[in-house]
Design a protein around this ligand. Structure first.
Ligand code: BMA
Length: 329
C-alpha cells in the first residue's frame, strides 16, 4: 500500500464492497450485481441514472436523476440502509425558494450532493433559459431549499468541493451550450456565500485523439488526499456512432485546485457492459458520486449507465492516485 492519506472523510463501516475479481488489473471494477438501480424502480420513471448518494445517519441518502415517462428530467430523494438496495420517494423533489424567478422549476438533472460544515448541499443542472448550475441545501432530506443559480446559462456539471478553499466555497463547472455540447473544459470558481461567484480559473481541457477529445466534466465530489484532490471526471469521444462517455482521474492541487498535478492518460472505466452500451443513450458511463471509507481507502462509485440505469463500481483511493501519477499526460 502507498502512503496516500485520505483527509476530511469519515469511516463508512457499511460501505458496499466487492474485491477486485481474480485476475483483473482494472483500476475500477464493477459490482457483479449491476445495475443496482433499475430504470423502473418507481412507477413514473423511464430511467434512473446520473445520481448522487451520501452517508446519512449511519445509513445512506441520495438525490436521483429520474427522467419520467413524459421524458421530463426531474430528481427524487432516496434512502438505503446498505447503499445497494434503494427506496425512492415516488414524488419528485421540490425546493423551497423565496425568489419566484428561480422557484419556477422547469427541469433538473445530474445532481451531486456534498456535506460541507453543517449541511448537505445539492448542485444540479437546472433549467433557467437553458441549462445552468442550480444550488440548494438540505439538513434532513425532507425539506430542500434553493439558492440562486450559480452561473449564467449555459453551464453543466457543477461540483462543489467538500470544504472551503481560501475561505470560500469552491466549485468546478463546465460552461457549455444549449444542446448536446460538442466542446467543454472544466473551470473552477469561488464564492463567499454560494450566491456570488468569481475568481474563475481554467482547470483542464479535452485531450486530442483520446477518449476525452470532445469534452470533459467533473464527476463525483473531489476526494481530499495528502497527494491532492482526487477528481473522478468524465470525458467524451465523438465516434462515428455518436458520443462515448468514459471516466478517469486527475489530481488537483489542494489549495489551488485549478492547478493539475497529474492526469491519467487512459480511461479508468469506459462503457463495455451491455447495460452501459445499450439503453436510451448508448455507450455512457457517467459517475456522479463516490462513497469513501477513510479507514480502508475503499471507494464505491455510483454512475449512470447508458442514461438508463445506475451502476456501482469499486476502487481504492491510493490506487487511483497512483493511476493518475503513473499514467500522467
Ligand atoms: C450529457 C448530460 C448527461 C448525459 C450525457 C449522455 O450532456 O446530459 O446527463 O448522461 O449527456 O447523454
Amino acid at each position: 500500500m502507498s502512503q496516500v492519506q485520505i483527509l476530511g472523510q469519515g469511516k463508512i463501516e457499511n460501505l458496499p464492497w466487492e474485491d477486485r475479481p481474480a485476475g483483473s488489473t482494472e483500476p475500477v471494477w464493477r459490482y457483479s450485481k449491476n445495475p443496482v438501480i433499475p430504470r423502473d424502480l418507481i412507477p413514473s420513471s423511464n430511467s434512473i441514472f446520473n445520481s448522487a448518494v451520501v452517508p446519512y445517519k449511519g445509513e445512506f441518502a441520495g438525490v436521483f436523476r429520474c427522467d419520467d415517462r413524459t421524458r421530463r428530467m426531474v430528481m427524487h430523494r432516496g434512502f438505503s440502509s446498505d447503499a445497494v438496495n434503494w427506496k425512492l420517494d415516488p414524488e419528485p423533489l421540490r425546493f423551497e425558494c423565496d425568489e419566484p424567478e428561480i422557484a419556477d422549476f422547469v427541469y433538473g438533472y445530474d445532481p451531486r450532493v456534498v456535506w460541507i460544515e453543517d449541511r448537505y448541499y445539492v448542485t444540479w443542472c437546472n433549467c433557467y433559459h437553458g441549462p445552468t448550475i442550480g444550488v440548494g441545501w438540505t439538513k434532513d432530506f425532507e425539506t430542500f431549499h434553493q439558492y440562486e443559480n450559480a452561473f449564467l446559462p449555459f453551464n453543466r456539471n457543477g461540483v462543489l468541493f467538500p470544504r472551503k478553499i481560501d475561505g470560500n466555497f469552491a466549485m468546478l463547472s463546465r460552461p457549455s451550450d444549449n444542446g448536446h455540447t460538442p466542446f467543454g473544459e472544466i473551470f473552477y470558481s469561488e464564492s463567499p456565500d454560494l450566491t456570488y461567484w468569481g475568481k474563475h480559473r481554467h482547470v483542464m481541457a479535452p485531450v486530442e485523439n483520446s477518449w476525452q477529445a470532445t469534452k470533459i466534466g467533473g464527476g463525483p465530489v473531489p476526494i481530499e488526499t495528502s497527494e491532492g484532490w482526487l477528481l473522478i471526471y468524465h470525458g467524451v469521444l465523438t465516434s462515428c456512432n455518436g458520443f462515448v462517455y468514459s471516466a478517469s482521474v486527475a489530481l488537483l492541487d489542494l489549495e489551488k485546485p485549478w492547478k493539475v498535478i497529474a492526469r491519467a492518460k487512459p480511461y479508468a472505466i469506459s462503457p463495455q457492459t451491455l447495460y452501459e452500451c445499450v439503453g436510451d443513450v448508448p455507450n455512457v458511463v457517467f459517475p456522479c458520486a463516490a462513497l469513501c471509507d477513510a479507514d480502508t481507502g475503499r471507494l464505491a462509485i455510483y454512475y449512470g449507465a447508458a442514461d438508463t440505469v445506475t451502476g456501482l463500481a469499486f476502487a481504492y483511493v491510493d490506487e487511483l492516485v497512483e493511476f493518475a501519477k503513473k499514467n500522467s499526460l
